[in-house]
Design a protein around this ligand. Structure first.
Ligand SMILES: [Ca+2]
Length: 301
């Protein structure tokens, strides 16, 4: 288990549904969502995938560096937003995995004290709490709301939820190779989508954890709008930081769990350097997390 990706414990859960959702808020968000599929077309080609530099985690399978080929494809400039996911759910009645299984994993620093004390910690990553009722429209559990977060990435979606959304749209998840090709933005063997330096001129280029992880944040912790910060040279926003992104890839030859890429608002230089173009984690397809969402891809030609 990775520090960033605890997984679902699936013993004895029932399903419930959209009960308790603030449907009017979701309708308002959905009405404001983009209803056209925005995609960036990429020509594909060869590139050097992976990393063995000093930032890389060999145990994650970031290396070896190898030449890979990608066919032309298209990928979304941003992750899917809360508003876009709301449109999907209202159109289809889709019940997300976190709603069916009745809980999801939330970073403890986002929880009010009354919820934090009652939410079990994940053994190997105790800053993650299993919160009953947490889901994409209640990201911090009962009493929380996405009212002001329509433009933020949807979170608490499993890979299955991500695939269901993609199917509704007529798109798909990117392969891991496509994701990395797109995140690198044409740069060769650079850890960040903009280059070699994490914060050029001391200015943050992505949404990561501010201050000391996990208990000493010096700023706001959590998602920011999906189109925050400058995009990379291909026009993609927030591939690194903000939320992890489900891909269609699997972690390894003997580990069939799906791969997530890009790191999140919980990454921090002092603790977890997985906010890089080559970083990867795995989680079971039914895992839902408060720092994981999705980005769509599409075949072209
Ligand atoms: Ca990301």
């Amino acid at each position: 288990m990775s520090c960033c990706g605890p997984e679902r414990d699936t013993t004895g859960r029932r399903s419930e549904g959209l009960a308790g959702a603030d449907v009017r808020t979701l309708e308002r968000l959905a009405a404001a969502a983009n209803d056209e599929l925005r995609m960036v077309g990429l020509a594909g080609g060869t590139f050097l995938m992976g990393s063995t530099d000093r930032f890389a985690y060999p145990e994650d399978g970031e290396g070896p560096v190898r030449q890979e080929w990608v066919e032309p494809f298209a990928i979304a400039p941003t992750t899917v937003t809360v508003a876009e996911f709301a449109a999907f759910v209202l159109d289809t009645g889709y019940r997300s995995e976190a709603e069916r299984l009745e809980d999801s994993l939330v970073f403890q620093g986002l929880l009010p004290a009354r919820l934090r004390s009652g939410a079990p910690a994940v053994a190997q990553a105790p800053w993650w709490r299993r919160v009953e009722g947490a889901c994409w429209h209640r990201p911090e559990g009962p009493g929380s709301s996405v009212e002001s977060r329509g433009a933020h990435p949807v979170t608490h979606v499993s890979q299955r939820d991500a695939m269901a959304y993609a199917e509704w749209v007529g798109a798909r998840l990117p392969s891991e190779t496509e994701w990395e090709f797109a995140s690198r933005g044409g740069l060769e063997q650079r850890p960040f989508p903009w280059g070699a330096v994490r914060e050029p001129d001391g200015v943050p280029r992505m949404n990561t954890f501010p201050g000391d992880f996990p208990d000493g944040p010096t700023g706001v912790v959590g998602t920011v709008p999906a189109a925050s910060f400058a995009p990379n040279a291909y026009g993609l926003y927030n591939t690194t930081g903000n939320v992890w992104e489900w891909t269609a890839g699997v972690f390894g030859d003997t580990d069939g769990r799906p791969v997530l890429r890009g790191g999140s608002y919980l990454c921090h230089a002092s603790y977890c350097r997985r906010y890089r173009t080559s970083a990867r984690i795995a989680a079971t397809a039914d895992t839902t997390l408060g720092h994981a969402g999705l980005r769509l891809a599409l075949d072209v030609g």
